[in-house]
Structure formats: structure tokens, C-alpha cells
Design a protein. Sequence first.
Length: 127
Amino acid sequence: MTRAELIQNLGTVAKSGTTNYLSALKEGKINLIGQFGVGFYSTFLVGRKVVVISKSNQDDQYIWISENAASYTVEKDPEGNTLGRGTIVRIYLKEDALEFLSHKKVSKIVKRYSEFIDFPIYINNKK
């Protein structure tokens, strides 16, 4: 994502995403896949901090950082354009969510809820 896309797609999660979701729910117009930022917003249920590093062909590499769903910062990556292209999402888990450190558990969840995603998802496993 470009810097503008990080702000547009992630920066409005708590503000417009939840409001739009609740509004559409009342109207009965719900298609949860890829709408309202609900999936990304859920990272704050288990994470105390979320960091997104992203590099688009149209922009430099940027880092989006939030320690709550209401505020964030976006800055140019001081490491430079190390990704080439793509996005890394890092979730720093809360103490009560450490079960999600299990590669097996995360793989199972990703497989279950990403069945219809048209692009590859890689899960790095370090021991």
C-alpha cells in the first residue's frame, strides 16, 4: 500500500469502519468479506500494538503503527525500501492472547477464514 492507502484503509478503521458496519447491519446490507475493516479491527482484540509495513510500486515503504484502534502514526520506513513490494502485519500480543503464538493455531485460523482469498498468504514460523 502507498502512504495514502495506509491512511485510507487502516487509519479510518475505528472511526468509519465500525459506524458503517453498524449502519449496514441495521439496514440488512451486510457482506463482511473485505468491508468496513472488521477483520483488521479485530487485531486489537488480541494485540496491544499493531505495526503494518508496506511497500507499493507507486510509493516508498511506510510503517503504520497503532497501540489502540483510535489513533495511529504513519512514517517513512527508516530502513528504506527493503520489501521490494508487499505488506507485513505484526501484532504484538496482549498477555491474555499468547495462545496465538502457536504456529499450528494461527495456520488453522488463517486457513479457515481465508479460504476464498485470491492471493497467497505466508506465515513465517521461527522456533
